[in-house]
Every structure is written in structure tokens, then in C-alpha cells.
Design a protein around this ligand. Structure first.
Ligand code: GAL
Ligand code: MG
Length: 945
């Protein structure tokens, strides 16, 4: 028997005219005929039980049921679903499967009028194996459940009445490669159609750029060397026309690029003799590795993704176009920008929607052999090699014209071996315009990125900060959304933002796969069908319920990935557009201040368009007489789109609020190569752009600073520092070098907002502190909002975390609100009380006979320091800080390796976020963990005026 399986190729359709081609909906093509609908059906225990009449084509002698195609048998009442994560629910005896093998015989008649020379019968997905007969003749078989199978039926298709019969079995040799964590289901679960074709058999479009110019490479497979007319359309408008041979490169003038935010789609329509039209949509974009980062059109990608199975609680993996459209719009609405098609190629329409809406796709091959032990894994067994390669190529061939696909994934949880190496090579040969992913390739032998699942924050941080992997790192799965959860989304997002090499991840997973039970009106999971092998509720691990109801986990995800950042300081608000390509528009700002008494201010104002990466104007929030309250800022959608309907809360954030003075003074800003100088009527200050530090602060025409306000970690040791002092010395905590990694600022009349990233490191070692500061300067002072973290082989424990402000003049008086009057440390503060205090600098420190650290005041929120020359310095915080006035002479004598000559008493001020407890380690224990300062991430706020 000659099988008529078609060679591998992309999936496309012919249309009868330009208008229908541009509509890009195969249902509108005269050359597409769906065979979906009602079929005759017989359910058998095993393919072995197939009646002879079926094989012989005596279909009328059989007694048929009826079934809808496409559908899943188990949802139509034939057989039972089985949910298993890892284990195979049948004996692992490849290539055999049991005699008990749920099987469906499908049969239908249809009448057909041929229009063109070639007719192809196309199956988009059948689980897990099938054989086809057309008009009693055997056509061939199909395998690879979620891949396309086509048969050339040109010779066998008759004018008028035809008969089509299909036998589908649930288990096959292919099932061994389809051990994904999901329901085992079967049946013709995707579309079946007949498509008619002209002389173009295959078509591949590859966009590429040269400098600023963009081209597409068009490769057609045709028997003749004919050339074809083609039309290039952008958003329904024709932009150009060409004559194309089978191989052509054409330039796209005035190119508009495709990306996940602005998915500009072009459509190339190839015309054959004014009769046949093939539309192929494409996007101008390139995926490349640049400086060891995955980039889309030159910009590093951050995947804020989800793993998505195709699943519907009443239909299984059989989804309609409307289901897919609605689900992907919902995904976009939650600001998710990427989908991994866990764990198999999806229904073709899925990719059309991703192209259109702008979703980055990791297209994953239908291979998982999770239930095999490593030793016998198919990835290493030559028996399976050709099937691995075939599945990879079938996916890539089918899908390669989709701009949304940026990465091919070789499969999931199948260990690693030669078969993946061969598969990767074959894929790269066919399509080198995408990157390759496979989590099981632990040493990135064939993949472009290092991919892990469920890595802890510590593990991720370690890899990234110590640059353990050369290739970028993504989490193809993380944050298991089972039941109530996942936690820590904010922490993961912070890490992704902090390290370039962490290019984001994909939450496991989008949706719970609960099967709806009409009678009980509830959802069923593993075990509910009396399966002997099952994994219970492990199948309910999504961010949405089976019907799409968002869980709190999804709300959390949306909040941490929202493409807007809000910046607030003392009555002033700044909004930033975090998109790389898309402006923020069609939004209004809603401001609300709430106190214990209720909402005291609601205000709305329009938001002018903000360019990608840009900032709004600084907005003043005037709400007098609020002592403590909260400010909620929301961006509300005005007109709306399919994705963001009118009145959707697009993004929001909240800040602690108290009434503040309106900013009146205008500022003057001068930037030079090394400095940024800001002057108001009462002060002039400047930042050193090389370090990012405040370098000069002139009030009343007199400089206050002896040197830069710098981050520091050390202090004089105390008698109880016995165990720690040597390592602190060896770690050079007292000699830190500060480098500014980036230094940006926004000026808006009376306010300058600086965004400064610093890297602070000791000599010798390779650990360091990374600091991100937002510094607001206006006539009320200099307000720091700081986030920091440690990386590398950092010391575990630290004396303190804070800043030192070296002054030109000694401090004479200190007034403060906080704990006092005496000194206090985390484990010795019961004797102090919060209050307003005033002391002279002479009374500030306790005269320990052996000079050592002394003088810390905790829980300070306000302080006024008077200097010898009559100047004053004000320190405050919306939170609390530790304050100390230090004696730079003594400090430096003990701490610093190079002595500064001109050090005078009381000329240093410390603003500390944390200080270490005292303990009694001179002859006893070290401080308790709760009183220890660890090298973990920190945040803080303080204002200097
Ligand atoms: C991963 C696997 C997923 C799913 C998940 C747990 O190991 O790739 O398919 O099983 O764990 O829900
Ligand atoms: Mg698995």
C-alpha cells in the first residue's frame, strides 16, 4: 500500500481573491473545506477489535453512534480521562502498548467539487495515533498528537460523494514520547480539512536587517522557476508590489518593527495568475544573542511569561478560535508578555493570535519521556532518534513563519542524550533565525540559554552574581501556582530586574486543568475517574480556575510586572513608562488619599502620552492636614481596546502619605562631564557622576561636606566583636570603592529626580554591594530612596549598613526625635525611651576606656545638627534610622589603613539602616540572629536638608 503522507512544510492556505486572502481566515477561503461537524462513530476496547466491515469499507453494515469532530473522546462520553504527572498509566514496554487500547472508528460522507489540481487532507491534531481511508483506499497513518499530518488525496478524491474513515487509538508507540504532566486524552481534537493548492508547495519568510534597512527573504518551493506577483500589505493598506521568483529578498521600506508591545504585522500576498492568493503574515524582527543576552531587535528580552496548556474544563484540549482569542486577550490584560506552549505545539490559530496581539512564544516540541529512568531514557536510545528529529522538524516546518515565535524548545523532562543533539542540529539547519531551548540540557550543549525550573531565589542570585553560566538564564518554570500561591513573585521579579543575565521566566502554570462535572457542578481532578495510576490535584496548579477566574496569584503577578513605575516623594509624584517600545496613552491618573478617617482626597487628571522609557511631569498632590495616610495612584483606561476595556485599572501603586509643603523654588541644573550641579535660592549641591555620590552641599554660601556622602559598612570594633573582627578586617569592610553604573535624572521645574545605580566593592575580593537610588532634590531637601543588595562571596555578617557624611565643621549640638537620651543598640535599648532630646556633642558618646564604637541612637525620625560655625543640618525620614555622630579621628585611626591627616572630632554623621547588636562575645555569646546584620537586601529612606 502506498502511503500518501505529504512532505514536511509550513501551514498556509490558498484564497480566491485578495480580499479574502487579507482577511486571513481560512474559513473564508474557497480552497479550504472543513470536515468538522458530525461524524459516525464506534467506540472499541482495542484496535484489535475492529470489525472486518470497517477495514473492507462496508461502512453501511455497521451500527454507528454519532460524535462531533473535533472533540476529545473522554469528553464525549467514550472512555475515561487519566491524570498522571510522571508515571505512564500502561506498562513501560516500548514500542508495545497493551491490547486494552481505547479506539474510535470515525466515518463520514461528504460531497466535493474539485477546483484546483491538488487536494490535501490535513489533520491538525489527533491523539495519539490514527489511520485514514478515503473511498475505501488506505491513505496512511499519523502520529505525534499535537503535530500536523497531511495526505495528498488529489488522485483519490472523487467529484461528488466521498467516504472518509479514520481509526484513532489512545495508546501508541508515540505515547512513550508524550508523557506530559496532564490528562491522557484521545480523539480527533483539532480541525480536519481539505485544502486545495496550486503550484507553490511551501513558503518560508525570514525577516532580516542590514543597518537600518529591513528585508524579507522569501523562499518558495515550486516545481517550475516561475515568478509570481506579490503584494505587500500593512494594516490593510498596500505598501508595495513585486515580481518574485522562488528565491527572493525584498526590502520593506519605512519599516515598522514587530515586538511584543507593538506587534506590527505585515502581510505578503503571493498571487498566481490572478486566481490564487497565498497570504503570509510576518513581522520585522530579529532574535539574536548580543553580549550573551537574548535580544529582540537589539534590545534584551525580559520574559514575564506563563506556561500554558491548551485546556478547557468542558472540552479538554479541543479549543475553539473564540476560546483561544479570549484567553490570549486575558493573558495580555494581565501584562504577561510571553507564553511557553507547555509542552507541545499548539493549535495553529494560537500563533496567529500571538502574532497579532504581541506575545513572545517558546514553541515546544511534543516530546516528554518523564516516566523513564535516566539509564533507559529514549533521548539516548538510537531506536528513537529519527522520531525525535521528525517531531522537531515537523514543529519548526509548520510554524516558522510566525513572528511571535522567538525560541524553539526541544521538549520537556526527557533527560539528555544524542537524540537531542541530533534534533537540535536538524532544527538549526532548517531555521537558524530562532534560539534553542531545552531545560534538560544542563550544560547548554545545544541550547542558547541556561534554563531551570523552580530555582530558589538564592540559587538564582548566586548564579547571576557569580556569573556561573556564560549563557543567559531563564526559568522555563517557576512559582508553582497550585492552590493558594505562588509566593515571592515580587522577589523573583526584583532579581530579574537586578541582573541582566536573568532574562525572566514562565510561571507554572496558566490554568487549573479541572474537568467540569455537570451533575455535581464541580471540578474533577486526578483520581476522580477511578484511575489506578494518578497524581490527584497536582493538575490544579494554575493562575486561573478552569473557567478563567483569576486567582489572587494572577493579581499578584500583574502587580509585579506592570509596565509602569510610580515614584513618590513628599507630595510629588512621577510616573514612568517601563515599556521598551510602546507609549503610555489613553490613560488618566486617579489619585486617592485614605486615612483612618476614610478617603480624604479623590482626584483625577488626564495623563499626557509618555514615550517608551519616558517620564510624566512631576505632579503635586495637595492634601493638607493629613498626618498619616496612604496615597493610591491608579492609571485608568479611557477609551479602551480589545485587551484593555474602558475603565480597566491598567497599573497602580500605593505610598505612605503625609501632608507636605508645596515646592515653590525653581531649580537650576548644570551638567558637566563629571558633575551635576543643582542650585536653588537657599542651596547649591552637586553629585559626582563617577561615583553617584553627593559631593558638595552649600547652604548659606558655605560648604558643609568635607568629602562625599558615601555608603559604608564598617565601624570601630567593640570589645565584644571577638569572633567577627578578624574577618571584617580581612574583608576590607573599611575600604570600599564606589562606582556609578548609571546616572540619569529628570528635571521638572522645582524638582530634580536622580536615578543612580552604584556598585560598591572592597579591594582584593570580588564581592560587592549594588545600590539603586532614587534621589529627589527640591527646596525641601535631598531625599534618598535606596534599595541595595550584596553579591559575590560576600561576608555573611556586617557591623552596619548605612552612610557616612563627613563634615567640614564639627557638630556641637544634636537635637533629635527618637530613642534616647543614651545610646542604644538592637540588643541593648530597654533603658531608652522615644522622645525629643538635645545633647551637646561632648555628651553624645560614652567614654569607654578602650576607644570603641559608641553613640548610636535608634528609631530616629528627625534630627537637627548644629555645627561649630552656626550652620545647621536637618535629617529626617518617613521611616526610622539610626543616627550617630562620630569622631572621624578615632574611627580612622582604628579602621582605615591609610590615615588622613586633617581629621577632627565630631565631624562625621552616620545614617544607618541597620546596626549590629552588641552581644557579650568578649567572654560569651555573639548577638542573636535577630540582632545580627546580614548581607541581605535592604531598603531605606532619608532626607537631608
Ligand atoms: C514540571 C513539569 C510540568 C509540571 C510541573 C509541576 O516539572 O515540567 O509539566 O509537571 O513540573 O506542576
Ligand atoms: Mg513532567
Amino acid at each position: 500500500m502506498r502511503e500518501r503522507n505529504m512532505p514536511l512544510r509550513s501551514r498556509f492556505n490558498y484564497y480566491q481573491n485578495l480580499a479574502s486572502a487579507l482577511a486571513y481566515n481560512e474559513e473564508q477561503s474557497d480552497y479550504y473545506t472543513t470536515l468538522a461537524g458530525e461524524w459516525q462513530f464506534l467506540f472499541l476496547k482495542s484496535p484489535q477489535d475492529t470489525p472486518d466491515a470497517f477495514i473492507q469499507g462496508a461502512y453501511n453494515s455497521l451500527e454507528w453512534d454519532k460524535i462531533q469532530v473535533p472533540s476529545q473522546l473522554e469528553f464525549a462520553g467514550y472512555g475515561q480521562p487519566i491524570y498522571a504527572n510522571i508515571d505512564y498509566p500502561f506498562p513501560v514496554d516500548p514500542p508495545y502498548v497493551p491490547y486494552e487500547n481505547p479506539t474510535g472508528l470515525y466515518y463520514r460522507k461528504f460531497s466535493y467539487n474539485k477546483q484546483l489540481d491538488q487536494q490535501i487532507l490535513r489533520f491538525d491534531g489527533v491523539e495519539s495515533t490514527f489511520e485514514v481511508w478515503l473511498n475505501q483506499q488506505y491513505l496512511g497513518k499519523g502520529q505525534g498528537s499535537r503535530l500536523m499530518t497531511e495526505f495528498d488525496i488529489s488522485e483519490m478524491l472523487k467529484e461528488g460523494e466521498n467516504e472518509l474513515a479514520v481509526r484513532v487509538s489512545k495508546w501508541s508507540v508515540g505515547s512513550y514520547l508524550e508523557d506530559q504532566d496532564m490528562w491522557w486524552l484521545s480523539g480527533i481534537m483539532r480541525d480536519v480539512s481539505i485544502v486545495e493548492e496550486g503550484e507553490i508547495n511551501d513558503l518560508k519568510i525570514t525577516p532580516f536587517s542590514k543597518g537600518d534597512n529591513w528585508f524579507i527573504d522569501v523562499a518558495m518551493s515550486v516545481e517550475t522557476a516561475a515568478s509570481f506577483k506579490s503584494h505587500l500589505y500593512f494594516q490593510g493598506e498596500r505598501v508595495s508590489q513585486y515580481k518574485l521568483g522562488p528565491q527572493a529578498a525584498i526590502e520593506v521600506v519605512d519599516p515598522l518593527l514587530w515586538n511584543q508591545e507593538t506587534p506590527n504585522l505585515y502581510c505578503l500576498v503571493i498571487e498566481l495568475n490572478q486566481e490564487l492568493f497565498i497570504p503570509i503574515r510576518f513581522g520585522l524582527r530579529e532574535i539574536q544573542m548580543i553580549d550573551q543576552l537574548m535580544c529582540l531587535n537589539g534590545l534584551p528580552i525580559l520574559f514575564n511569561g506563563v506556561n500554558r496548556h491548551e485546556f478547557h474544563p468542558k472540552k479538554g484540549r479541543c479549543l475553539s478560535r473564540a476560546d483561544i482569542w479570549a484567553e490570549l486577550c486575558q493573558i495580555k490584560r494581565y501584562h504577561i508578555n510571553a507564553i511557553r506552549t507547555a509542552h507541545y505545539p499548539n493549535t495553529p490559530y494560537f500563533y496567529d493570535v500571538c502574532d497579532e496581539l504581541g506575545l513572545l512564544v517558546i514553541d515546544e516540541c511534543d516530546i516528554e519521556t518523564h516516566g523513564f529512568p535516566e539509564e533507559t531514557t529514549p533521548a539516548k536510545d538510537p531506536f528513537w532518534q529519527s522520531e525525535f528529529i521528525a517531531r522537531g522538524l515537523r514543529m519548526v516546518h509548520r510554524d516558522y513563519n510566525h513572528p511571535s515565535i522567538v525560541i524553539w524548545s526541544l521538549g520537556n523532562e526527557s533527560h539528555f542524550g544524542e537524540n537531542f543533539v541530533a534534533m537540535a542540529a536538524a532544527i538549526r539547519k532548517l531555521d537558524s533565525s530562532r534560539l534553542l531551548h531545552y531545560e534538560g540540557d544542563r550544560h547548554c550543549q545545544v541550547t542558547d540559554m541556561y534554563s531551570t525550573m523552580y530555582s530558589s531565589l538564592a540559587e538564582l542570585e548566586k548564579r547571576a552574581s557569580q556569573k556561573i553560566t556564560k549563557k543567559p538564564h531563564i526559568l522555563c518554570e517557576y512559582a508553582h501556582a497550585m492552590g493558594n500561591g505562588p509566593g515571592n513573585l515580587q522577589d523573583y521579579q526584583e532579581l530579574f530586574n537586578l541582573y541582566d543575565s536573568l532574562q525572566g521566566g514562565f510561571i507554572w502554570e496558566w490554568k487549573d486543568h479541572g474537568i467540569y462535572n455537570e451533575e455535581q457542578q464541580n471540578y474533577l481532578y486526578g483520581g476522580c475517574f477511578n484511575e489506578s495510576v494518578h497524581d490527584g490535584d497536582f493538575v490544579l496548579d494554575g493562575l486561573v480556575l478552569p473557567d478563567g477566574t483569576p486567582s489572587p496569584g494572577l493579581l499578584e503577578y500583574r502587580q509585579v510586572i506592570q509596565p509602569v513605575s510610580f515614584h513618590y516623594n513628599q507630595g510629588q509624584l512621577l510616573i514612568r513608562n517601563k515599556y521598551d517600545h510602546q507609549p503610555l496613552k489613553d490613560l488618566r491618573v486617579k489619585i486617592e488619599v485614605v486615612t483612618q478617617q476614610g478617603v480624604v482626597l479623590t482626584e483625577e487628571q488626564p495623563l499626557s502620552l509618555i514615550e517608551p522609557g519616558g517620564y510624566s511631569q512631576v505632579m503635586a498632590i495637595d492634601c493638607p492636614n493629613v498626618v498619616t495616610g496612604y496615597l493610591t495612584v491608579s492609571l485608568i483606561v479611557e477609551q479602551g481596546t480589545a485587551i484593555f476595556p474602558k475603565e480597566t485599572v491598567f497599573a497602580q501603586d500605593q505610598f505612605a502619605f503625609s501632608s507636605s509643603q508645596p515646592v515653590k523654588d525653581e531649580l537650576e541644573v548644570v551638567e558637566t562631564r563629571h558633575d551635576l550641579t543643582i542650585s536653588g535660592s537657599a542651596f547649591t549641591l552637586s553629585f559626582n557622576k563617577n561615583t553617584g555620590n553627593l559631593a558638595s552641599f552649600v547652604k548659606g554660601n558655605r560648604e558643609l561636606l568635607a568629602s562625599e556622602l558615601a555608603f559604608s559598612l564598617s565601624r570601630m570594633t567593640i570589645s565584644n566583636d571577638v569572633e567577627v573582627q578578624k574577618s571584617w578586617h580581612d574583608d576590607y569592610l573599611d575600604e570600599l570603592y564606589t562606582r556609578s553604573e548609571s546616572f540619569d535624572f529628570v528635571v521638572d521645574r522645582g524638582t530634580v529626580i536622580l536615578f543612580v545605580n552604584q556598585s560598591i566593592c572592597p579591594p582584593v575580593a570580588s564581592w560587592g554591594v549594588k545600590i539603586r537610588m532614587e534621589i529627589w532634590v527640591n527646596d525641601q531637601g535631598i531625599s534618598y530612596q535606596v534599595r541595595g543588595w550584596f553579591e559575590g562571596e560576600k561576608p555573611a555578617e556586617l557591623p552596619r549598613i548605612g552612610w557616612e557624611l563627613p563634615l567640614l565643621e564639627p557638630v556641637t549640638q544634636i537635637a533629635w526625635f527618637g530613642k534616647g537620651p543614651g545610646e542604644s543598640y538592637p540588643d541593648s535599648q530597654q533603658h531608652t525611651l522615644i522622645g525629643h532630646y538635645r545633647l551637646s556633642a561632648k555628651e553624645w558618646r560614652f567614654p569607654y576606656i578602650i576607644p570603641q564604637e559608641t553613640g548610636n541612637r535608634s528609631e530616629v525620625s528627625q534630627s537637627k545638627l548644629s555645627l561649630d560655625n552656626g550652620q545647621e543640618l536637618l535629617l529626617s525620614s518617613v521611616g526610622k534610622f539610626n543616627l550617630n555622630v562620630i569622631d572621624l579621628v578615632k574611627e580612622q585611626n582604628q579602621r582605615y589603613r591609610h590615615l588622613e591627616e586633617k581629621a577632627v572630632e565630631n565631624r562625621g554623621i552616620r545614617i544607618d539602616l541597620a546596626v549590629r547588636g552588641l552581644g557579650s562575645n568578649s567572654c560569651g555569646p555573639v548577638p542573636l540572629p535577630k540582632d545580627t546584620v546580614y548581607s541581605t537586601p535592604f531598603t531605606g529612606q532619608f532626607t537631608i536638608a
